[in-house]
Design a protein around this ligand. Structure first.
Ligand code: GTP
Ligand code: MG
Length: 248
């Protein structure tokens, strides 16, 4: 596991303790808006690792990004599902030294979205997940009270080949403040089985549960030596998925 660099790499025995120049949480806090795109070809080609936040509408993707970056309104979070309708990119790292990018993707499964828009977004998302060259990791956010839905399973099928080739993957069970300790432990053990080659964690924006762990994980993903397999997807873009089911 890589660790953040220290401000004083070789302090002598008498040197005062110096806090690290960059902690995963400090790194997260450097996030700033980079760009927004309604279509895949509008996304800029980027060299640095990109980490995508995906999941059902209302799962808590934008809130998670705001919590991780310790910024109230970096990503648009809302009680109204379907708030995020573009792919929004946020740069991490000191100004001029961007070393990773977070991508907030529109949620799926929201019943009130017109059918044509649903189909279009499913296609954009699937193409993004399969073809995005610098995609290093995927965080699939899931409300554990609902569990993984059919559309989450479709997404898992789409990304499985890339996960097998080294793409990082985390199922993040959001809103864990709504669960008892026992319910949380049960949801976590189920998600760990479903995560295949990936990991699963509990997260609460409200209680800040899992915050530092997730920040550390994303740091590690972004700073490990590049994997040739993950950087060069071999799969063709998928064909249009089936019509999605409505959300409850
Ligand atoms: N109790 C609780 N509520 C949360 C938590 N995270 C998010 N929420 C709430 O869930 C709702 C949806 O959050 P968003 O972050 O907008 O969800 P999203 O996944 O970005 O939704 P779309 O943009 O529609 O895909 C908001 O009302 C949030 O306040 C959490 O950890 N605990
Ligand atoms: Mg959102």
């Amino acid at each position: 596991m890589s660790t953040p660099p220290s401000a004083a790499p070789h302090p002598g025995p008498a040197a005062p303790l110096t806090p690290p120049a960059v902690t995963p949480m400090g790194w997260m806090h450097t996030a700033r808006f980079l760009t927004t795109a309604a279509q895949l070809h509008h996304l800029p080609a980027i060299e640095v690792p990109e980490i995508a936040f995906v999941g059902r509408s209302n799962a808590g993707k934008s809130t998670c990004i705001n919590t991780l970056t310790q910024q109230k309104q970096l990503a648009f979070a809302s009680k109204k599902p379907g708030r995020t309708q573009h792919i929004n990119l946020f740069a991490l790292g000191k100004q001029g030294l961007t070393d990773a990018v977070l991508a907030d993707l529109p949620g799926y499964g929201y019943a009130a979205v017109p059918k044509q828009d649903k189909i279009r977004w499913q296609r954009v998302m699937a193409n993004y997940l399969v073809t995005r060259q610098n995609l290093k990791g995927i965080v699939l956010l899931c409300d554990p009270r609902l569990g993984l839905t059919e559309l989450d399973e479709v997404l898992l099928d789409v990304i499985r080949p890339r996960v097998q080739e080294g793409l990082k993957f985390l199922i993040l069970l959001t809103k864990s403040d709504k669960l008892t300790r026992v319910e949380g432990a049960k949801a976590l053990s189920i998600a760990r089985l479903q995560a295949g080659g990936g990991e699963a964690k509990l997260f609460s924006a409200l209680k800040k549960q899992g915050l530092e762990e997730v920040a550390q994980l994303l740091w590690d993903w972004s700073h490990e030596a590049p994997s040739a397999a993950a950087a060069h997807p071999t799969a063709e873009p998928p064909t249009e998925p089936d019509e999605p089911h409505s959300a409850d």
